[in-house]
Design a protein around this ligand. Structure first.
Ligand code: HXC
Length: 258
């Protein structure tokens, strides 16, 4: 997959996508977003790949949407091209699990893309923020919605209204990230987590992801009903039979992804 702004690589059953505009702190321009959507398509379609990892550089995961590219856009430019919609939503719509491995700055659109992933593993030098207000706009790739769900109203308001950045430890305390690791270990540790998921039953991971995400859309009772139906449905799969038989027989399950 030759890309101008990304590096992509299959590491066994994990698809690794690295944002690669280091001189611009991985500012998310239209080429990068188009390529990111295409890279997700390719790994999503690849039956060898069970999990995707999205990362950037050591100094910046991504410092936001490309301000130089968007500065002169008019309302009508934004409206007619449906700015921030085409391509941007692709990560959030991936059915396979996607883990963000964040080192350095994850600001504005960078933080928003990280939040589109299923969970975030942060390097100890990571910094998260939605500083759009400091450049005269507001988050536009779901930041106000996903951040408040991740960390609650008070911190989300603080970050959106002041543009304050939080470090990895504060992000961990707030529940924005699931783990913090030394920056030097970020990729290998995230790949190990990804591999641990990809080595299990792929449909179970997809069902679990779908069910967790449902919690953001529906009431508790509807969410539980949805979960219960999916749980019942797993009993029609070969992998549920294999997983439980393997436990009873004290052996390692051989997942069939069926
Ligand atoms: C375009 C960017 C950029 C961005 C950094 N660069 N962020 N270019 N868009 N979002 C470029 C700089 O212009 C510079 O290139 C190079 O990257 C290095 O940045 P410096 O500012 O020189 O580095 P430093 O002093 O270390 O500061 C790093 C930084 C700062 C704190 C990350 O660059 C910064 O504040 N960036 C903007 C962060 C931001 O406001 N993001 C939100 C954007 S709005 P040159 O060639 O000039 O040297 C947004 C809207 C989202 O994301 C809406 C939906 C997606």
């Amino acid at each position: 997959m030759p890309f101008e702004t990304l590096l992509t690589e299959a590491r066994g059953n994990v698809g690794l996508i690295t944002l690669n505009r280091p001189r611009e702190f991985n500012a998310l321009n239209s080429v990068l977003i188009r390529e990111l959507a295409r890279a997700v398509d390719v790994f999503e379609d690849d039956p060898e790949i069970g999990v995707l990892v999205l990362t950037g550089g050591l100094k910046a995961f991504a410092a936001g949407a490309d301000i130089k590219e968007m500065a002169e856009k008019s309302f009508m430019d934004c409206y007619l091209e449906d700015f921030i919609t085409v391509g941007w939503e692709r990560v959030a719509k991936c059915r396979k699990p996607v883990i963000a491995a964040v080192a350095g700055y994850a600001l504005g659109g960078g933080c928003e893309v990280a939040m589109m992933c299923d969970f975030i593993i942060a390097a100890d030098n990571a910094r998260f923020g939605l500083p759009e207000i400091t450049v005269g706009t507001i988050p536009g790739a779901g930041g106000t919605q996903r951040l408040v769900r991740a960390v609650g109203k008070s911190l989300a308001m603080d970050m959106c209204l002041t543009g304050r950045q939080i470090d990895a430890e504060e992000a961990l305390r707030a529940g924005l990230v699931s783990r913090v690791v030394p920056v030097a270990d970020l990729i290998e540790e995230t790949l190990a987590v990804a591999r641990a998921i990809a080595d299990r039953s792929r449909p179970m991971a997809m069902l679990a992801k779908e069910s967790v995400n449902r919690a953001f859309e529906v009431s508790l009772s509807e969410g539980i009903r949805f979960e219960r139906r999916l749980f019942h449905a797993t009993f029609a799969t070969e992998d549920q039979k294999e997983g439980m038989s393997a436990f009873v027989e004290k052996r390692t399950p051989a997942w069939r992804n069926r």
